[in-house]
Design a protein around this ligand. Structure first.
Ligand code: NDP
Length: 296
């Protein structure tokens, strides 16, 4: 241990995939004593050369520090890695991407074993980890006391955003944002497909697409949120659903004429039409959200 590690919280990290390795390097760079474990031991060798302690087993790694972070592939791998490991008295922070229900079950599972539990959802890619100003952050939910106690240590690799005592909320926020991202990617994919066979340079087109998505997304999600909160989906409407539905055949005919499958657009257009048929013509697009919620 070097002089600079004095006063730094010792950290154990299970999982040295791409993300785990980036996290490990951030704590090492910040002089936290670090014990690591990975199912495939070779992935710990480089980190051991950089100053980490490589444990021979998950149980041995857990013993080394009161604060144990986990960053494995999925919830099943967390169960496999920690099966039979004594977690009593440990502060367990699970940064593995899971569903909200899996996070809640994992929290109960950890508490039954005498651990305090905090769940995390990483909103960053590995190159953003440990880079201040890169914009990466982690949603945390579960034990507020555990979050406050380790706040400074958790803030080493990325920003921290605590979203509540319900251990499922970090995963819920994480998956909600990522789901929106895929919808956005789907829209961009359709736009690129439309221009692809024409003499339009995709590199010149990209900033137009980026700026348009950016200009539309922010005001739209804020207006949607206000309407959901008030229950009035006609409040502040600029482009009525009836007008927007009337415009959809133009999008579908353009796709057809450009030889592009409409399969990314039609599910959303179908929902818009259903809401219109239910009488939502004067509303914004917010009513579509109600159609997505399944009964029960
Ligand atoms: P990798 O695929 O690079 O690494 C997966 C890790 O899980 C490895 O350490 C692997 O061990 C381990 N593992 C898989 N199955 C088991 C098992 N049954 N028992 C024990 N260990 C197991 O994934 P990442 O590091 O990229 O991702 C880790 C987590 O971080 C995931 O939940 C991911 O969703 C999340 N995340 C990743 C991001 C990214 O861009 N990479 C972004 C945001 C979140 P072994 O080396 O032995 O195979």
């Amino acid at each position: 241990m070097t002089r600079s590690t004095v006063g730094k919280t010792p950290v154990t990290l299970l999982g040295l995939g791409t993300m785990g390795t980036a996290l490990a390097r951030a704590w090492l760079a910040a002089d936290h004593p670090l014990t690591v474990w990975n199912r495939t031991p070779a992935r710990a060798e480089a980190l051991a050369a950089e100053g980490a302690e490589a444990a021979g087993s998950a149980a041995g790694a857990v013993t080394a520090s009161p604060l144990v972070l986990v960053c494995l592939l999925d919830d099943a791998s967390v169960g496999a890695a920690l099966d039979g490991v004594d977690l009593a008295g440990k502060d367990l922070v699970n940064l593995t991407t899971t569903t909200p229900a899996e996070a809640r079950s994992r929290a109960a599972w950890a508490e039954e074993r005498g651990a305090r539990y905090l769940d995390g959802g990483i909103m960053a890619v590995p190159p953003m980890i440990g880079v201040s100003g890169a914009g990466g952050y982690v949603f945390y939910s579960g034990s507020r006391e555990l979050f406050e106690r380790h706040r400074d240590t958790l803030a080493v690799p990325a920003g921290t955003t605590y979203v509540g005592e319900d251990p499922g909320f970090a995963a819920l926020h994480d998956v909600a944002l990522l789901s929106a991202m895929y919808g956005m990617f789907a829209g961009a994919a359709h736009a690129f497909a439309l221009i692809r066979r024409e003499d339009v340079d995709p590199v010149a087109f990209a900033p137009l697409l980026r700026d348009w998505i950016t200009a539309m997304a922010g005001p739209s999600v804020e207006q949607t949120a206000r309407q959901l909160a008030s229950g009035d989906y006609t409040d502040g409407v600029v482009s009525r659903l009836a007008m927007q539905v009337a415009g959809t055949p133009t999008f579908l005919r353009t796709a057809d004429q450009q030889g592009v499958s409409p399969e990314l657009l039609t599910p959303y257009f179908t929902l818009m039409r259903r809401r219109l048929d239910l009488g939502g013509g004067k509303e914004d697009l917010t009513g579509v959200i109600d159609l997505l919620a399944r009964e029960g």
